[in-house]
Ligand binder design. Structure first.
Ligand code: CO8
Length: 308
């Protein structure tokens, strides 16, 4: 059973929370049946990275580095780019050997937003479909059961800022620029920006950025809590890898449960969020990594986590 299937999952997050043990027992049978009938879904997706046109993908040991790679349009998110991103995320959902993801951009931009030339003549229905498509992809990215770091190299505007906010952590180059300038175009952020920005930096600061559409430099983004860290541009990817490697030294299971507890807990009231925290902690106690971590501490040696 995957964490995503637990009833804390966002799609059914309003439901009352029960103890995880009961949930596992109740759902085991249906999971098995689902696995039999949709067996193909559980197989790793086949993907040929060389065929991607707007995204570059490189693997370094157990880290996947995704580079938004459409620099002539400032990596703007047109349908093709979003579809390629979706393909890579689907691959990551099934791929067990990749334990962490770094997302960055080629050239002057991380991502300069939704593609304005694509949507310039859209009406309400097409606009909604576009927003819906992007939101679903960003939700999938946010829900990935592995840590994702945005290494923000340049402009992260509109949908680009929203993409960065769908990652777990954000490291910015000192040349990065952030903003939600949609009001300049007569629209509002709709790839998750009104919600994720408010949750991340508070409604007051989010309203400042969204109402004025002003662009801010990396140091202000740091002060606001929009990014975790600012580094010199030339060190950006190395710093992102360093941060990721620090995370990957830990128990991947524990990191995964922590991610679910934080992400899903934010959408729950405190009582239910604390229930979730206890249940996930209980699950972590059932892992081999927990035993290894505690025994390694007592035996004064470095733990060797197995992600089990
Ligand atoms: N979409 C399409 N093309 C873009 C975009 C974009 N978001 N951003 C830049 N480009 C293109 C430019 O048109 C230009 O193309 P060309 O060379 O063919 O003229 C090329 O990229 C280079 O851009 P500039 O010449 O403008 O480069 P500068 O260095 O002078 O400026 C900026 C860089 C500051 C990033 C500037 O390009 C800019 O302001 N871009 C637009 C930023 C923006 O407004 N983003 C928000 C878009 S809206 C959004 O993301 C969410 C709304 C979703 C609504 C969905 C429907 C409901």
């Amino acid at each position: 059973m995957k964490i995503q299937d637990l009833p804390y999952n966002k799609s059914i997050k309003k439901q009352k929370i029960y103890f995880v043990g009961t949930i596992i027992a109740n759902n085991l049978l249906s999971d098995v049946i689902i696995l039999i009938f949709v067996g193909g879904w559980s197989m790793p997706n086949k993907i040929n990275f060389d065929e991607l046109k707007n995204i570059k993908v490189e693997r370094e040991q157990n880290i996947l580095i995704i580079t938004m790679n459409r620099p002539k349009a400032m990596n703007a998110l047109n349908n093709d780019t979003l579809s390629e991103l979706l393909e890579v995320i689907r691959f990551l959902e099934e791929e067990r050997e990749i334990l962490g993801v770094i997302l960055t951009g080629e050239g002057k931009a991380f991502v300069a937003g939704a593609d304005i030339s694509q949507m310039k003549d859209y009406g309400a229905e097409e606009g909604r479909t576009y927003a819906n498509f992007a939101q679903k992809i960003f939700n999938k990215l946010e829900d990935l059961e592995k840590p994702v770091i945005a290494a923000i190299n340049g402009y992260a505007l509109g949908g680009g800022c929203e993409l960065a906010m769908s990652c777990d952590l954000r490291i910015a180059s000192d040349k990065a620029v952030f903003g939600q300038p949609e009001v300049n175009l007569g629209v509002i952020p709709c790839f998750g920006g009104t919600q994720r920005l408010s949750r991340l930096i508070g409604a007051g600061r989010a309203k400042d950025l969204i109402y004025t559409g002003r662009l801010i430099q990396a140091d202000e983004a740091l002060t606001m809590g929009l990014v975790n860290k600012v580094v010199e541009a030339e060190n950006l990817i190395d710093e992102a890898k360093k941060m990721m490697n620090l995370i990957l030294e830990k128990s991947p299971i524990a990191v995964r449960y922590a991610k679910v507890a934080i992400n899903s807990g934010l959408d729950l009231d405190l009582d239910n969020a604390l229930e979730l925290e206890k249940d996930l902690a209980a699950l972590s106690f059932a892992s081999e990594d927990k035993k290894e971590g505690m025994y390694a501490f007592l035996e004064k040696r470095k733990a060797e986590f197995k992600n089990r």
